[in-house]
Design a protein around this ligand. Structure first.
Ligand code: ADP
Ligand code: MG
Length: 309
């Protein structure tokens, strides 16, 4: 009877929009008591918008925007996509593809990028128009001895106070600007967190973003425990730490940087809207990328197991 009940659970999952790697996956959810939620793209939409561009004294806002957008046009990170799309004169590469080759506008606005490097969870680096450009966490620029002048440090501070993400921009050895980006909570996230609690799970918000931005999102959805400023490699360590403390951990994520943690968790739930790497690492895929479906997944597995007993 056991395999049959599990098979039925798997079929019911498909109807709910939950793809299950194998029937045995449902068994591991029985004792889950903690659910770790990635912030960007999981609790929030992951569609970032640029709120403000600030230039250091003697620099132009337009240069900061243009060089940052050019470099980020090679990035797939949600922050990178937002900054790349923010240049008012820019035509994105996707839009360009939709235009007849003969009718494509000249595009001097997006300079070419050479030697592009993605520093996962930190930012991006590359050469634009002959300038060595760095865009990312202020700490990434500090690695290059590019320290923020007071006016930019104040902009960083202000952005964090507002629950936003400040991205520092520097070139040719100097920090020269800050781009402030922000994200919105998905409409269903707060309700999902409430239901996860009702199922007896403790929610934890895990993110590479800054603490204040993380707390801002946590407050909106009703999460008390926040682990922020986590490097991609340390997300898995956080799951291990919880497991070592005796917790049985489910993890929900969507990014490349969540894959190892999804694999380490007792139950890994990948957002179907996320990256392929995350989907491969997860035990379950939530097709619509909606946290309410994570609630359905936990309920379904518990019901399936109750049937077996
Ligand atoms: P999350 O855990 O929220 O998915 P990440 O680990 O991807 O976040 O990124 C952590 C932080 O690194 C971001 O909040 C941002 O400050 C910085 N960062 C990462 N990628 C980029 C990028 N392409 N451009 C600018 N900043 C970036
Ligand atoms: Mg994410």
């Amino acid at each position: 009877a056991t395999p049959t009940a599990l098979m039925v659970g798997t079929g019911r999952g498909a109807q709910l929009g939950i793809l299950i790697k194998g029937p045995e996956v449902l068994e591991s959810t029985r004792r889950v008591d903690t659910i770790v939620l990635d912030k960007t793209g999981t609790v929030t939409t992951g569609e970032m918008t640029v709120h403000e561009v600030v230039a250091a004294e003697g620099e132009s806002v337009e240069d900061v925007r243009r060089l940052a957008a050019a470099l980020e046009s090679a990035s797939e990170h949600p922050i990178g996509r937002a900054i790349a799309a923010s240049s008012p004169s820019s035509v994105s590469r996707d839009e360009m593809d939709g235009i007849e080759p003969g009718a494509r506008p000249e595009r001097p606005q997006i300079p070419d990028v050479e030697g592009f490097a993605n520093r996962e969870g930190l930012g991006v680096e590359g050469v634009v128009d002959g300038h060595a450009v760095v865009v990312g966490r202020p700490s990434l620029l500090a690695d290059w001895s590019q320290h923020l002048p007071e006016s930019l440090a104040a902009a960083v501070e202000r952005a964090r106070d507002e629950g936003r993400t400040p991205v520092a921009v520097g070139w040719d050895g100097q920090a020269r600007g800050v781009v402030v980006v922000g994200d919105t909570v998905k409409p269903t996230s707060a309700e999902a967190v409430r239901r996860l609690r009702d199922l007896g799970l403790e929610p934890i918000l895990l993110t590479g973003d800054n603490e204040a931005a993380a707390r801002h999102v946590a407050a909106q959805v009703g999460i008390d425990t926040v682990v922020a400023d986590v490097l991609p490699a340390d997300k898995v360590a956080e799951v291990q730490r919880l497991q070592a403390a005796g917790k049985v951990v489910a993890m929900v994520g969507d990014g490349v940087n969540d894959a190892a943690a999804l694999a380490q968790a007792d139950l890994g739930l990948a957002m179907g809207t996320g990256t392929d790497v995350a989907i491969e690492a997860g035990d379950l895929t939530l097709v619509r990328g909606d946290l309410l479906v994570a609630v359905d997944a936990i309920r379904l597995s518990r019901r399936t197991l109750a049937t077996i007993k």
